[in-house]
Design a protein around this ligand. Structure first.
Ligand SMILES: NC(=O)c1ccc[n+]([C@@H]2O[C@H](COP(=O)([O-])OP(=O)(O)OC[C@H]3O[C@@H](n4cnc5c(N)ncnc54)[C@H](O)[C@@H]3O)[C@@H](O)[C@H]2O)c1
Length: 392
């Protein structure tokens, strides 16, 4: 067993995800032989109610991000705040010399994402962006089957992240339902990188996109007896053209807050000429595999991937994997890669992947507005444009 290096961590934003991260660090001993050991130094949140949860558990808190960033024992900062604050806080972390685990989206829009990327490159800090669902063992199996080429020529693929609680028109508003705090990309800012991470990792960069965005509930209870505008897009369906120019395949990418019956469904499905694979967190213990047997019979069959993901844990192979396990795995991948010890393991979304997702979502906004197919620059063109914008 290698000696685990302690890594001082600060969290900015002590809400839902700040609490999840703090608890993931408490579960660290479940990992076998990891090169790093996170030590939560401090949590920053201006809201005393948010801080109280950490105070009650003996975790130091501060109200001001500068105080956390000036603490030399903090090496890595996780930022989990509303989207309009991402850019300023990410830049502050990098300028304070900290490594950064960013929440998605990587800035509220494409220009913000590009400015953050420039700062990442100038600072040389280690930065990754949150997207935990591909760490489900079933997702890992599906990704490796898609990457192996064993499915043959791809016929079609689908990647989606679907929620449904907004079907209730009386669900009160929060910052994720308003453009000012969630951005013009709406649900794509909130769920989009979750759906885009695997296709981008597989190199499935679209050459064009046609998008339909839906704002289905225009206002919601404001929590004070009235109603307030709910002006983000709740649902986004992107039809992407992927693959060789003369042999393209459709990639459908869906991010929806109103997908009836889908509580937190992340799915990835690929159909190829020689096989198919599908995984959905709706059925987390199984992976569906398509094959044609020697007698020509076609069958979707069920595989059981077990509990183990990229980083081995004490958990028995027969047990079920869930959301909190995926978060632990994502953090394990982040800290292993930071130590240069990820090896061939699946890594967290990179800054370039996060920016590329923004390029796609920005094109989707234009496609929806104009009801037309929008061509995307190639990855080589994006790299050239990014190099040209660097100061000489
Ligand atoms: N990876 C995932 O599965 C996942 C799930 C939910 C949310 N998220 C992302 O996490 C981020 C936070 O979402 P959430 O659901 O935790 O939101 P939340 O509203 O529960 O928490 C946000 C917290 O940020 C605090 N905050 C506001 N301004 C601040 C500042 N200047 N400095 C420090 N803290 C500040 C708020 O007081 C609040 O406690 C968002 O980027 C969201 O998209 C990711």
């Amino acid at each position: 067993m290698t000696a685990a290096r302690p890594v001082g961590i600060g969290i900015i934003g002590g809400g839902l995800m700040g609490r999840e991260a703090a608890v993931a660090f408490q579960r660290w001993p479940a990992l076998l032989d990891h090169p790093a050991r996170p030590q939560l130094v401090s949590v920053c949140d201006p809201d005393p109610t948010a801080r109280a949860w950490f105070d009650e558990r003996g975790i130091p808190t501060v109200a001001d991000a500068d105080e956390l960033l000036s603490d030399a024992s903090v090496e890595v900062v996780y930022v989990a705040v509303p989207h309009h604050l991402h850019e300023s806080l990410y830049l502050a972390c990098l300028r304070a010399g900290k490594d950064l685990f960013a929440e998605k989206p990587f800035g509220i829009d494409l220009p913000a994402a590009q400015r953050i990327l420039r700062e990442v490159e100038d600072s040389g800090r280690f930065v990754r962006c949150s997207s935990e669902m591909p760490f489900y063992p079933g997702a890992q199996l599906a990704v490796s089957m898609a990457a192996s080429g064993a499915l043959g020529e791809i016929i079609e693929a689908r990647a989606a992240f679907l929620h449904s609680s907004d079907l209730n028109r009386d669900k009160p508003l929060n910052w994720k339902r308003q453009r000012a705090t969630c951005g013009d990309i709406g649900v794509m800012g909130d769920l989009g990188l979750h759906a885009a991470h695997v296709p981008l990792r597989l190199g499935w960069w679209p050459s064009s996109v046609h998008a339909i965005l839906q704002d289905l509930v225009p206002d919601r209870p404001d929590g004070q007896g009235g109603r307030a505008a709910c002006d983000t897009h709740e649902n986004a369906t992107l039809s992407c053209r992927v693959g060789d120019a003369d042999r393209p395949f459709p990639l459908t990418m869906e991010t929806k807050r109103i997908a009836p019956g889908q509580m937190n469904t992340w799915l990835f499905e690929v159909h190829g000429m020689d096989g198919g694979v599908g995984f959905s967190t709706r059925h987390p213990a199984t992976v569906r595999r398509f094959r044609t047997d020697a007698d020509g019979r076609q069958a979707w069959e069920e595989l059981q991937p077990g509990s183990q993901s990229v980083h081995p844990t004490i958990t028995g192979g027969i047990f079920e994997f869930g959301f909190t396990d995926a978060l632990l795995q994502m953090w394990a991948a982040f800290l292993a890669e930071r130590e240069g010890q990820l090896g061939a393991g699946f890594g967290c979304a990179t800054p370039h992947e996060a920016v590329h997702s923004h390029v796609l979502f920005d094109a989707a906004l234009r496609s929806h507005d104009q009801d037309e197919v929008v061509r995307l620059p190639t990855l080589a063109e994006l790299a050239q444009a990014s190099a040209a914008s660097e100061p000489a």
